[in-house]
Design a protein around this ligand. Structure first.
Ligand code: FAD
Length: 401
């Protein structure tokens, strides 16, 4: 492999974390050679738009979400390039076409893939993770088409809302009793369901998908023998971290994520990780991996600077957000409805701040239709973790709205 090309920095992945790393690296190391290898056929995109902005009419062109890493940073971007091996000892990676590439430092930013249904291979059944998926779903969502969205989580709920803008007939089938019930308090989940029904979405709770039969139409069957008929199906079954490269390379993994130190270094020399795949020690909330774009962006940037030789700790507690028709939220920490919830509403009942408590400790804050309060939410979590929060005063700390 002495003839193999060598780059100072090789980024594995072509998502938001990869893009942020390329930008930060270029700024910190103007002369360095940077190579970005992505299995996606297109440049990195701002993925949240695939279930939001792109459905709102004017900006339906997914190329408008192109992060244009290549053009802007001068990094060499090779799309459509699957990396099949990472070999930390020899500081090389191998692509599916057999190309061997040497690196000075490497970044694992391989993100997640949508969970699929084993044994289902029908082009009318899709998921929503990539630009290709987005284009495909748009093509399936013709006027009057019966589309069943399966899954009552983040992607299922956002995608169902988006699909109503196409004139398709949308059904949202999910195993729970209420939409988003694992993260939203019952009061808000009930409101979301009312809005969804008013927008013409048929909600089918308690539906545990067992299989899909392909015929002239698609037949979805639940474990309890219920049937739903559809022209197309969108699976919102969650995402799986892409860690096979890391696993084969022998990197330390825990709970299926790649363990990194405070500088985002993995257990292998000169190999960093950022974005969805990284298991990091959040200064407020402890060891966790976070599948949200704010974290992908922030950790990618820190990793990029550290690859260029900085010693910058990653000390960011990520926020996340979602839009559900005219409602929306920002949030920090664990939104887990098995915790104790404290809700404060505005007088009109349209906006709320919800604290998620484990005993006396605030683990998460949901800002429902409440804006510009993410720093305040972080401060509440921090004070609570330090034991300096007056719980009696909690309800007045952020005004909903
Ligand atoms: P990804 O964006 O998943 O990118 C991973 C990249 O690695 C891909 O380019 C992939 O092709 C590539 N790759 C994987 N394996 C290999 C390999 N072996 N060789 C080469 N390349 C490889 N988060 C929010 O906070 N708010 C939102 O509103 C929101 N909305 C979302 C809507 C949708 C439809 C989706 C799918 C996600 C949404 N998310 C949202 C989540 C957020 O987009 C992700 O957390 C974020 O994109 C993760 O970034 P990443 O760079 O770690 O990974």
């Amino acid at each position: 492999s002495e003839f193999a090309p060598r780059y100072d920095h090789v980024i594995l992945g072509g998502g938001v974390a990869a893009d942020a790393a390329a930008r930060a690296l270029r700024e910190a190391a103007p002369e360095a050679s940077i190579l970005l290898l992505s299995a996606d056929p297109h440049s990195p995109v701002h993925r949240p738009a695939l279930s939001k902005d792109l459905w709102h009419g004017e900006s339906a062109d997914p190329d408008s979400q192109d992060l244009r890493t290549a053009a802007e940073t001068g990094a060499e971007v090779r799309t459509g390039t699957l990396v099949t091996e990472l070999m930390p000892r020899s500081h090389t990676v191998v692509t599916a076409r057999g190309t061997v590439i040497h690196y000075g430092t490497a970044l694992l930013a391989t993100g997640s893939s949508a969970r699929r249904l084993p044994g289902v291979d029908d082009e009318r059944v899709t998921c929503l993770r990539t630009v290709g998926d987005y284009r495909h779903l748009r093509a399936l969502a013709t006027e009057g088409a019966r589309i069943v969205v399966v899954g009552g989580g983040y992607i299922g709920s956002e995608a169902a809302a988006a699909l109503t803008r196409t004139g398709a007939q949308v059904t949202l089938a999910h195993p729970g009793r209420r939409l988003l019930e694992h993260m939203l308090p019952a009061s808000i989940a009930a409101h979301v369901e009312e809005v969804y029904a008013a927008r013409g979405i048929t909600l089918v709770p308690g539906f545990c998908l067992a299989g899909i039969e392909s015929g002239p139409e698609l037949v979805l069957r639940s474990g309890a023998g219920e049937e739903l008929r559809a022209d197309a199906v969108l699976l919102g079954l969650g995402a799986e971290l892409n860690i096979s490269l890391a696993a084969h390379a022998g990197l330390d993994l825990e709970g299926g994520a790649v363990v990194v130190d405070r500088f985002l270094r993995t257990s292998a020399p000169d190999v960093f990780a950022a974005g969805d795949v990284a298991l990091f020690d959040d200064p407020l909330l402890g060891w966790r991996h976070v599948e949200h774009v704010d974290h992908a962006q922030a950790s990618g940037a820190v990793a990029g600077r550290n690859m260029a030789g900085a010693q910058e700790p990653y000390e960011h507690t990520p926020m996340f957000y979602s839009d559900l028709f005219d409602d929306g939220y920002e949030a920090v920490g664990r939104l887990d409805t098995s915790l104790t919830l404290r809700e404060v509403w505005n007088p009109k009942g349209t906006a709320a701040v919800v604290h998620y408590l484990d005993g006396n400790t605030v683990e998460g804050v949901l800002l429902w239709n409440t804006w510009d309060q993410v720093p305040a939410a972080r401060e509440i979590i921090a004070a609570s973790q330090e034991g300096t929060l007056d719980l009696a005063a909690l309800d007045g700390m952020i005004t909903p709205g």
